[in-house]
Design a protein around this ligand. Structure first.
Ligand SMILES: [Zn+2]
Length: 448
């Protein structure tokens, strides 16, 4: 009995040491053996939960030689590992939210399946508003990761172990539907994309599951990683929910039984507040502008007790929403406005096509490109206007190319400023501060 326990302890010590050595080769950014918070959804149509999980994975395969290494060694294998395929390139990375999708559990022969799954998942996410109405503010990059095995660990049953590029696995933290991933291996692949603001890991599986890591920016350079299974519709909602934490800075709108009173001061989240409707309206803060409005998630916007994990003394805007439960794909009105604010924090709908640092003359053509936001759902309404020295040239409204002389820049000895400004006039925004965020400008100096 004692010997057996000692042997077990020894085996454990050895496996931990082995894990350390294996991890050391990957130059981890957050340190091996460290833990991070993750959110998951135990039931496909239910509320979320949070737990702490390791940043590494016991199932990640060793880094493969890169394509150039292979060439140097005279290898004939043309591995696609690490290859980047643009799924949507809508504008310069500086003016876009860049989503990088990495596949796991796809063998060399299954890389086309991965691309198809990545496209399908992104199409499903962008079927949900407000992603749908602002799809054109995203670039989407697929990064191929070649796995030894097809499928991922824990599918279909707990004992199944697979050797995969990112080591994604069900049954993380003893929870069947929680898919964890090796964050350092994920970063190795995500970093191959031209730019990454958010990562989605598509794990090759039909079994419902996924997770969301957020607040990673300091260690990984991007804020969030969402995991989800490739061939399960409900798992798409996990990514739509998780990306909303990173993009809209939204709180979870669910609470845990037994958590009791809210222990914090007024939270910074746009969709959680310690204020009741009367006080919110009186102070004209948080979602006061939406109180009483019929909401896309059903019901009317108000203050519903229970949010940000606590039961009492903290309120959410609506009875239900995608930030509360995955039984709906609807954001509530305050959540939607916060998402639109987030889109424009990272993206610009207007890109100048002529260098604004170079002086122009009255007959220099000034052009801008406007993001093609997506299908016209009536939600996004960007409006382009031109100004000469701060005064609007109304005749040019909506035009993407102008001559300063035609705008009314006079032929005198002075220099003048010509400005193109786009502002989103969507009715989904009621806050002046958010409206300002949706506005992007380009200004040129013009002289005779
Ligand atoms: Zn959440």
């Amino acid at each position: 009995m004692r010997r057996s326990a000692a042997a077990t302890a020894m085996a454990l010590a050895l496996s931990l040491a082995a894990a350390d050595i294996a991890g050391a080769a990957d130059a981890p950014t957050a340190g091996n053996g460290s833990y991070v918070d993750v959110e998951y959804f135990p039931e496909p149509t239910g509320e979320g939960a949070r737990t702490s999980v390791p940043t590494g994975s016991p199932h990640a395969q060793q880094a493969r030689p890169t394509a150039s290494d292979s060439r140097q060694r005279g290898s004939a294998t043309g591995s696609e590992d690490g290859e980047v395929v643009p799924l949507a390139e809508t504008g310069p990375t500086a003016d876009r939210l860049d989503v990088t999708i990495v596949g796991d559990g796809y063998t060399a022969a299954e890389q086309d399946d991965f691309l198809e799954d990545a496209r399908t998942k992104w199409d499903e996410v962008t079927d949900i508003d407000p992603y749908k109405s602002y799809e054109g503010l995203f670039n989407v990059w697929a990064v191929k990761a070649v796995s030894e095995d097809s499928g991922v660990t824990g599918d279909p049953s707990r004992e199944v172990v697979r050797n995969t590029a990112l080591g994604s696995y069900f049954w993380c933290g003893d929870t069947e539907r929680l898919i964890c991933v090796d964050l350092d291996r994920t970063k190795t692949y995500a970093d191959k994309a031209p730019a990454t603001d958010l990562v989605i890991v598509v794990s090759n599986s039909a079994k419902y599951g996924g997770a969301g890591y957020s607040g990673l920016a300091a260690d990984y350079g991007y804020d969030g990683v969402s995991t989800l299974s490739s061939d399960n519709d409900r798992s798409t909602l996990i990514a739509a929910h998780e990306m909303a934490h990173s993009i809209g800075l939204l709180a979870d709108e669910y609470q845990y039984a037994g958590y009791g009173d809210y222990p914090h001061p007024e939270p910074v989240y746009p969709n959680a507040s310690t204020l009741t409707a009367d006080r919110m309206a009186a102070e004209r803060t948080k979602w006061a502008a939406w109180l009483g409005e019929p909401d896309p998630s059903g019901g009317v916007v108000g203050t519903f007790e229970g949010a940000d994990y606590y039961e009492y003394g903290v309120y959410r805007p609506t009875e239900n929403s995608i930030m509360r439960s995955l039984n709906t794909d609807q954001f509530n009105l305050p959540g939607r406005e916060a998402m639109i604010a987030g889109f424009y924090r990272s993206a610009n709908a207007l890109t100048p096509l002529r260098n604004t640092a170079v002086k122009a003359t009255r007959f220099t053509r000034l052009s801008v490109e406007l993001a093609d936001l997506g299908p016209d759902t009536g939600l996004s309404r960007p409006q382009l206007r031109w100004y000469v020295d701060g005064r609007e040239a109304r005749q040019a409204r909506g035009r993407t190319s102008v001559l300063p002389a035609a705008l009314g820049v006079p032929s005198d000895r002075r220099t003048h400023k010509v400005t193109a400004t786009v502002v989103d006039t969507t009715t989904a925004v009621r806050s002046g501060a958010v409206r300002d965020l949706t506005s992007n400008s380009a200004t040129w100096t013009v002289s005779r």
